[in-house]
Design a protein around this ligand. Sequence first.
Ligand code: IPD
Ligand code: CA
Ligand code: CA
Length: 255
Amino acid sequence: MKNVIELIREAAHIMTSPDRTAVSVKGRSNFVTEADVGVQEFMRRGLQKLYPDYGFFSEEQENDPDYSKPIWILDPIDGTANFITHYHQSALSLALYAEGKVVFGAVYNPFTDELFTAESGKGAFCNGEPIHADNEVEMLDAIIDLGTMPYYKDRAAEVGRFATEIILRASDMRRNGSAALAMCYAAAGRTAAMMEGLLQPWDYAAGMLIAAEAGAIVSDWSGAPLDPKAPSAVLVSGEKVHPEILKMIKEVQNQ
Ligand code: IPD
Ligand code: CA
Ligand code: CA
């Protein structure tokens, strides 16, 4: 996948070049910039050249995915709100889905120059160095990243209940603003877990492989495996805290 990694690094120059944050609005708190479309089109053309038979599923286009052949799943910029405000927590997220599973994932933040990668069965890496989830950390000491589902304002009160319980039961809460990076940070043991109540395949397809290959537990909010073909709640965590977080989810949902 060296050629694909090179393509990702090149595409990400679009994110770091000045004047690409011009915004148009898709919905409340939901923005798209020139760079989102620029990265997507650069990747679409590049991947088409390298792998002419593969499909291409991406956030900023109309999609009618055919999963019977290998298909790329792209979020050109995950963390667009961060991108617009120069918060520097934004990443290009690319996965390859083939024969029923994600077989390759890459998440690249050009602002920190951190590239997270995984191929199935081969481990997970940050800039070429192996990464591992923290499978020993206990709930009391856990730092948990809670995604706030900013496009679903009707679920804001639920997010508030989760924030309260995380602060009470764990050590502290984080909110990165890029779900893909939050998954990689849990994969690298920088947090004990990340969770968000509703994500799209392009947000989590790459992160789910990177996290699994780093030894994290990856599931939906009922503990079931993720299906990267469909929107889903997502939980990535170390082994010890996973049952505790599932228990918390059940209790909050029954409040
Ligand atoms: C969003 C980010 C954010 C998460 C949202 C995602 P976008 O993706 O990952 O952290 O809370 O649910 O939709 O819109 O910046 O690509
Ligand atoms: Ca996204
Ligand atoms: Ca996006």
